[in-house]
Ligand binder design. Structure first.
Ligand code: ADP
Ligand code: MG
Length: 254
């Protein structure tokens, strides 16, 4: 069965989408079969993979409304080789629509049960808010992978996330933090170095050795609709995401 990982942090702009996308593509390049799921109404993951949310017939919206049909009907193969369940701006309205449904937090889990063993990894990109979409992502996941921005207030973000995971464990007892990836690091600064050191001393083995640096190519690639590995192969961002994916593979050996 696939490893289902939700890239989670209750804060925007920390590298959730960038990490889901580039780890997904790097895993494909390492030979894995990967499905990525965009469950954020902003549809950044969808656009970053070169898909146009306006042009797609089905999206995660229909998947959540009809979980008994699985995800296959909404899945598209992207140029990078990862399969994508895209998002759509219309998803924003679905939160209210789904609010009255019984088992509304378990819709994605139900849909993914139908996927079977077609994939080695299913990576989910939820929005920053703790709404129905994030709950669906965490209720469906085996583990949360946390992109933690190397920033003065980094340590403040973790207790809230840990509390959320504790809460979701009532729906999904196996949920745990599977790893912490330091993102947006500028190792040339003393502050970055000292924050990274604090993160490592506090969370130990959970923290991946690989650190994702600030790299302008990573910021440019989404506009081209490409992963970093083709947009700027050899860039520090491309090298870092390939290394992070190898670490992930080592943790979740197939
Ligand atoms: P989130 O999904 O957590 O909101 P994103 O992955 O969308 O965060 O990243 C926020 C913004 O920062 C995006 O414009 C993205 O392109 C950019 N970005 C992400 N990671 C990096 C990085 N390592 N270096 C430079 N820019 C980055
Ligand atoms: Mg995002």
């Amino acid at each position: 069965m696939p490893h289902i990982l939700a890239f989670t942090m209750q804060k925007g702009g920390v590298g959730k989408t960038t990490t889901t996308l580039n780890v997904g593509v790097a895993l494909v390049q390492q030979g894995a079969r990967v499905l990525v799921i965009d469950i954020d109404p902003q549809a950044n993951l969808t656009q970053g993979l070169g898909a146009d949310p306006e042009e797609l017939e089905y999206s995660i919206y229909e998947v959540l409304l009809n979980p008994e049909q699985g995800t296959t009907f909404a899945t598209v193969r992207t140029a990078s080789g990862v399969d994508l369940v895209p998002s759509t701006l219309a998803l924003a309205g679905a939160e209210l629509e789904l609010a009255g449904k019984v088992g509304r937090e378990l819709l994605l889990r139900k849909a993914l049960k139908r996927v079977g063993d077609q994939y080695d990894y299913i990576l989910i990109d939820p929005p920053p808010s703790l709404g129905l979409f994030t709950l669906n992502a965490l209720a469906a996941a085996d583990a949360a992978i946390v992109p933690l921005q190397v920033h003065a207030y980094a340590y403040k973000a973790m207790p809230q996330l840990e509390a959320t995971i504790e809460l979701v464990r009532e729906l999904n007892p196996k949920l745990h933090i599977g790893g912490i990836a330091c993102t947006l690091s500028d190792r040339r600064t003393i502050l970055s170095q000292s924050v990274e050191k604090q993160i490592r001393s506090r969370y130990g083995e959970l923290v991946f050795s690989t650190v994702i640096p600030v790299n302008v190519k990573l910021a440019e690639a989404p506009a081209a609709g490409e992963p970093i590995s083709t947009y700027a192969p050899g860039s520090t961002g491309a090298i870092a995401y390939a290394a992070l994916s190898e670490e992930l593979e080592a943790r979740y050996a197939r």
